[in-house]
Design a protein around this ligand. Structure first.
Ligand SMILES: [Zn+2]
Length: 308
C-alpha cells in the first residue's frame, strides 16, 4: 500500500509549542517496522498551479515568500519559515499522490495532511493549505481530461469541524463534504458542510458509531461518489487533550473499519490522511494512527486479491 510522507520537513517550532510535530516521524518509524505491506514514498510538493485550483494565488505567494498577513499566521498557529512553506506544499502533494494511487490500487494514504481548517485565502488551526480540497479538484481535472465527471466525497472524522473544506465547496455539487465533530469544539463558528453531525462532549463509542452509520446512509442517499477522501483524525480518542470525546481504541478502530468497509463494498477508491491528534501521550495518538493503517492494509489487501 502506497503511503506518502514529508516527514523530512520538520517545522521549526519554539520550545513548548503545543503542536506535536514529532508524531509524524514516530508514525513513519512504526509503519516501517510493523506493517511490511506499506511502501513509504516521498511526497513531491504541490505546484502553484495545483494549489491555485483551490487557493488564491496571492495567499499561495504570501505563504511561499513569508509576506502573508501576520494575522493569518497567528490563526494558523505556526511561525513562518521556508521549511513551513515547503512542508505545506509537500503535504498537499502527498494527498494528491495518495488519490492517484487509490485509483490504481484501491487505497493509499498521506502520513500527514487532513488540513481542513484552511480555506481559499487563509489558513487556521495548524492548517496552511487544504490538501483534501486541492487533491479533489485536481483529480476532477485529471478525470475530466479523460472525459469523465468525477464526484468526490470528503469524509471528515477529525473531531474538529472541517470549516475550511465546507467553505471551499459550498455550492459545488460535485464534492460532498461530511463532517462529524464535537459541537463545542474548535472552530467555534462552524461553516455549513453538505452534512454536519454535531456530537456532545463525552460522546462514547456507541453514540459515535450510530452517528457515523446514519451519516454514511444519508451521504449515500444524496450523493454518488467516484472517490472518497477520508480524514481519519485520531483526536476523537478519549486520551486526546483537545478532543472532548470519549472514544476508546476499539471505538476508533470500529470507526475506521466502517469507513473502509463502506468504500470497499461500493468499489470506491479511498485516499486517507491523518488529520489531527493531540494525545496527552503522543504515543497514544500514534497508536490510534497505526491502528488506522492496520485496518487500511487489510482492505488494501482485499483490493489486490480482487484485481488478480
Ligand atoms: Zn482535529
Amino acid at each position: 500500500m502506497q503511503v506518502f510522507y514529508a516527514t523530512q520537513f520538520v517545522l521549526p517550532l519554539p520550545p513548548g509549542h503545543r503542536f506535536p510535530m514529532g508524531k509524524y516521524q514516530l508514525l513513519r518509524d512504526r509503519l516501517a517496522a510493523e506493517l511490511p505491506a506499506i511502501r513509504l514514498m516521498q511526497a513531491l510538493p504541490a505546484s502553484d498551479g495545483e494549489l491555485a485550483l483551490v487557493h488564491k494565488p496571492s495567499y499561495v505567494q504570501g505563504i511561499t515568500d513569508g509576506t502573508v498577513d501576520p494575522a493569518i499566521l497567528r490563526e494558523i498557529g505556526f511561525p513562518w519559515s521556508a521549511a513551513m512553506a515547503e512542508r505545506a506544499r509537500r503535504s498537499v502533494g502527498a494527498t494528491i499522490s495518495a488519490c492517484r494511487a487509490a485509483f490504481s490500487e484501491g487505497i493509499a494514504a498521506n502520513i500527514a495532511g487532513g488540513t481542513h481548517h484552511a480555506s481559499a485565502d487563509r489558513g487556521g488551526g495548524f492548517c496552511v493549505f487544504n490538501d483534501a480540497a486541492v487533491a479533489a479538484c485536481l483529480m476532477q481535472a485529471e478525470q475530466a481530461r479523460l472525459g469523465r465527471r468525477l464526484r468526490v466525497a470528503i469524509v471528515d472524522l477529525d473531531v474538529h469541524q472541517g470549516n475550511g473544506t465546507a467553505r471551499i465547496f459550498r455550492g459545488d455539487d460535485s464534492v460532498f463534504t461530511l463532517s462529524i465533530h464535537g459541537q463545542k469544539n474548535f472552530p467555534f463558528r462552524k461553516e455549513p458542510s453538505d452534512l454536519d453531525v454535531d456530537l456532545p462532549d463525552g460522546c462514547t463509542d456507541d453514540e459515535y458509531l450510530h452517528a457515523l452509520e446514519g451519516a454514511l446512509a444519508e451521504l449515500e442517499r444524496r450523493f454518488d461518489p467516484g472517490l472518497v477522501i477520508y480524514l481519519a483524525g485520531a483526536d476523537p480518542h478519549e486520551g486526546d487533550r483537545l478532543g472532548r470525546l470519549k472514544l476508546t481504541w476499539d471505538g476508533l478502530e470500529a470507526r475506521d473499519r466502517r469507513v473502509f468497509d463502506w468504500a470497499w463494498q461500493r468499489g470506491l477508491p479511498l485516499a486517507f490522511a491523518m488529520a489531527g491528534g493531540y494525545g496527552r501521550r503522543m504515543e497514544d495518538t500514534v497508536q490510534a494512527q497505526v491502528n488506522t493503517f492496520g485496518v487500511a492494509v487489510s482492505y488494501w489487501q482485499r483490493w489486490q486479491n480482487r484485481r488478480r
